[in-house]
Ligand binder design. Structure first.
Ligand SMILES: [Zn+2]
Length: 111
């Protein structure tokens, strides 16, 4: 499962940022609409992966970043909510994603 390796990657980032004696109470992630991440599945995997770690029982807070793309047909930046969608303005398909395809760890809250 793709979300399981993402969750492991998140834990790795957390462990690099905090010391082993810290207790992480919440983790804020920013996940783009076009990042291809299944939120429910990620939340589940995160709980499994962080068990008995510094982030055990940490709350996972997820901020969604809206997707947006540049359209080479109408030469405009348009909202883009799904990679299989056509351009909202001209129905064209020459789109390049400019925003919303990333996932990052934004904040860590430590007790
Ligand atoms: Zn267009």
């Amino acid at each position: 499962m793709h979300e399981m390796s993402l969750a492991e990657g998140i834990l790795q980032i957390i462990e690099e940022q905090v010391s082993a004696t810290d207790k992480v109470t919440s983790v804020t992630l920013s996940i783009g609409e076009l990042a291809g991440v299944e939120i429910e599945s990620l939340t589940f995997c995160f709980d499994v992966v962080t068990r008995d770690s510094v982030a055990d029982k940490a709350e996972l807070i997820i901020e969604r970043v809206p997707g947006s793309a540049f359209c080479y047909d109408c030469l405009a930046q348009v909202p883009h909510h799904d990679r299989s969608n056509a351009c909202e303005r001209c129905n064209g398909h020459k789109l390049t994603v400019v925003e919303g395809d990333q996932m990052k760890v934004k904040y860590l809250e430590i007790a």
